[in-house]
Design a binder for this molecule. Structure first.
Ligand code: SAH
Length: 179
């Protein structure tokens, strides 16, 4: 059965073609950047930690893939992108095996989602993996959920996918499509 992360990839892979502008809003270890770079040669990936760019650059080299790696917060993404965007992915929380105090935050996450929604083409999609077991995670989850719950239904489809019988705080996916 599809896990939430796999669902985000399936959801985005259905619409991405080779010359679409696509965004990895939270590079982290680079897994999503690799996933996107296999589908399009116009990937922009953001992270605020140089360690994330180093890991991702290495991983891209191993796979012989390319992406534009940007050391800046996703809330500034409009400074780097002025073209329509087909798809974007977020993995919220902290970088595994790294500094757990550098986390994504509701305020900047929501600014980035808003900017992407403005750039998103019709039929374009945004997927978010919501991890919220860490300190600060619950606040971000609640704020992001509240924001996407209020998106106008005439303009956007918004879905949620995740386990409902698991212990602790299992991550879940939010899936958004511009209609
Ligand atoms: N929880 C996920 C991984 C999340 S990684 C998992 O377990 O797989 C989240 C990444 O977002 C980190 O590398 C962190 O540095 C980055 N990040 C934090 N704030 C950011 C911001 N404002 N813009 C872009 N990336 C940010």
């Amino acid at each position: 059965m599809l896990m939430p992360l796999e669902m985000t990839h399936l959801f985005l892979s259905e619409v991405i073609t080779d010359d679409d502008v696509v965004v990895d809003a939270t590079m982290g270890q680079g897994y999503d950047t690799i996933f996107l770079a296999k589908l399009s040669h116009r990937v922009l990936a953001f992270d605020v930690q140089a360690a994330a760019l180093d890991m991702t650059r290495q991983r891209l080299r191993e796979h012989k893939l390319t992406a534009e790696l940007i050391l800046d917060g996703h809330e500034a993404l409009d400074q780097y992108i002025d073209q329509p965007v087909k798809a974007a992915i977020f993995n919220l929380g902290y970088l595994p095996q790294s500094d757990k105090t550098v986390i994504t935050h509701a305020k900047t996450t929501i600014i980035a989602i808003k900017k992407l929604l403005d750039l998103l083409v019709r039929g374009g999609r945004i997927a978010l993996m919501i991890y919220y077991g860490h300190d600060g995670g619950a606040e971000e989850k609640d704020a992001v959920l509240s924001f996407v719950t209020d998106l106008p239904q005439k303009e956007f489809h918004v879905m949620r996918y995740g386990a409902i019988n698991q212990a602790h705080q299992p991550p879940f996916a939010l899936l958004i499509e511009r209609r």
